[in-house]
Design a binder for this molecule. Structure first.
Ligand code: NAD
Length: 486
């Protein structure tokens, strides 16, 4: 772990296993931070912020962020291999995420010396009023296991660009690339204590999120943990950014290019084995093209090649960890009993060369009703639920009938339909004739139980900056309501 510029173990030497989900073998162990270690990291970040980092000018912060991006780019392959070993994602995706992380550091580096305030004309000309945009101070950044490098960059890049010190806690299920970042942060030249990294599970996470010495918590993970963090932060009144789950609708209209839409449906749900918050896990298909689209989706799902995440021929790797593997299999078993029709995913893996890993076949359930668990609960796995709709109003009603509101997709060649449906969807992101596209510039986040706040884009900076107002009396007089002579 990294605390105050030093590489340290947990103070009581506890460690957790890092398991390769392709082989189920333990390939590394990671420190399991105690609450004292976490408190130490927070205290160190505070000192670094107060004594050093708050005095470092924006152009220097930008230089350090670009340097960090250089170092990540130079080690993309190593980072990708480590991540794929740790969470089973395809190597091409994890190397892509390392590059995307570097892009994010560069994007926010550009803002580091442009945190301008405003001068504000008041009613009276004798007053000068202006704002200063300041870092909030010390931020806790807590991430999930599915995309550690990318999720961290979404938080760390704007936090550092804005001038904050941080304490990072990655998921106990995938920590190795975040721990490797300790080396990169040091080589980049960040002052000791500006970036602190502690690893561990629920205990370490809870110790961090309930710590009164924070100024911001940014969390990516599940709804129940988001609720626990929001409750802990209610006691300390630390503001919280929450990037939580989804049950995102991917909507295919009859006028769409159906080949593209079928590909978009597969990309939406089976990329990363469905272990993405933005997974297009509800496929809504217009009745007139329903059977044709569903047949093609199921046929192509059955042909997806499972295998070694490092092999270029593999389409989909294993599920990232055993609890998630057990959960998904349970959901599929329940889905079979729910009245939905299972069109893909039945073929057994037992006896195949995939038996050793946490593999789940791409699964398609058709005839799903929006009230079923298959349509309402986030599965976080390669399980697609297909629903049928009649017209635009019906599609929007089904799409919005959800506890979540993270992402959504629309497939249509009708320009006005695309824009009017985009307006009506309750979601932080709408994709039209694409799915899963992301960019450092584009703000991302949820509504409803998908979370609070935004990451990426200019909006992300606002999570790590606060505005101070300064009012200056230029008149040379002080109005005196207590004058003894009046
Ligand atoms: P999780 O909630 O189990 O864990 C996330 C992190 O929180 C881990 O680091 C964990 O150790 C920590 N944690 C656990 N209990 C804690 C507590 N009481 N206090 C503080 N921290 C605690 O989530 P997960 O299983 O790692 O990730 C999967 C979830 O993440 C899914 O729901 C998915 O949708 C969501 N996710 C959301 C986004 C997004 O940007 N919206 C992106 C990726 C994943």
């Amino acid at each position: 772990m990294l605390i105050g510029g030093e590489l340290v173990d947990a103070s009581d030497d506890r460690r957790l296993d890092a398991v390769n989900p392709y082989t189920r073998a333990v390939f590394a162990t990671i420190p399991d931070a105690t609450p004292d270690d976490v408190a130490q990291a927070v205290a160190t970040a505070r000192i670094a912020f107060d004594e050093v980092w708050s005095g470092v000018p924006g152009h220097e912060r930008a230089r350090l962020l670009h340097r960090l991006a250089d170092l990540i780019e130079a080690r993309v392959d190593e980072l990708g291999r480590l991540e794929s070993t740790d969470n089973g994602k395809l190597l091409r995706e994890t190397t892509g995420q390392a590059r995307f992380a570097a892009r994010n550091y560069r994007f926010f580096a550009g803002y580091a010396d442009k945190l301008y305030g405003r001068t504000i004309p008041l009613d009276t000309p004798d007053m000068l009023d202006y704002t200063i945009r300041e870092p909030v101070g010390v931020a806790a950044l807590i991430t999930a296991w599915n995309s550690p490098m990318q999720l961290l960059a979404n938080k760390l890049a704007p936090a550092l660009a804005a001038g904050n010190a941080v304490v990072i806690k990655p998921s106990e299920h995938a920590s190795v690339t975040t721990l490797l970042l300790a080396d990169l942060v040091d080589r980049a030249g960040f002052p000791p204590g500006v970036v602190n990294i502690v690893s561990g599970g629920v205990e370490a996470g809870a110790a961090l999120s309930s710590h009164p010495g924070l100024d911001r918590i940014s969390f990516t993970g599940s709804v129940p943990t988001g609720q626990a963090i929001a409750a802990a932060a209610a006691r300390t009144l630390v503001p919280v950014t929450l990037e939580l789950g989804g049950k995102s609708p991917n909507i295919v209209f009859e006028d769409a290019d159906l080949d593209r839409a079928v590909t978009g449906a597969l990309v939406g749900i089976y990329s990363a084995g469905g272990q993405t918050c933005i997974a297009g896990s509800r496929l809504l298909v217009q009745a007139s093209v329903h059977d044709q689209v569903v047949e093609q989706v199921a046929e192509r799902a059955r042909r997806i090649r499972l295998g070694d995440p490092m092999a270029p021929v593999t389409h989909m790797g294993p599920v990232a960890n055993e609890p998630q593997y057990d959960r998904i299999r349970g959901v599929i078993a329940d889905g079979k009993e729910s009245g939905a029709t299972m069109l893909a995913g039945q073929e057994a893996l037992e006896g195949s060369d995939l038996e050793s890993g946490f593999f789940v076949r791409p699964t398609v359930f058709a005839d799903v009703d929006n009230s079923m668990a298959l349509a309402r609960e986030e599965i976080f796995g390669p399980v697609l639920s297909v629903l049928r709709f009649e017209d635009d109003d019906h599609a929007v009603a089904l799409a919005n009938d959800s506890d979540f509101g993270l992402a959504s997709g629309i497939w249509t060649n009708n320009l006005s339909r695309a824009h009017s449906v985009a307006r009506r969807l309750v979601a932080g992101t709408v994709w039209v004739n694409t799915y899963r596209a992301s960019a450092a510039q584009a703000p991302f986040g949820g509504t409803r139980r998908s979370g609070w706040g935004r990451e990426r884009g200019e909006e992300a900076l606002e999570e790590y900056v606060r505005t101070k107002n300064v009012m200056v009396d230029l008149s040379g007089r002080t109005a005196d309501p207590f004058s003894p002579t009046d």
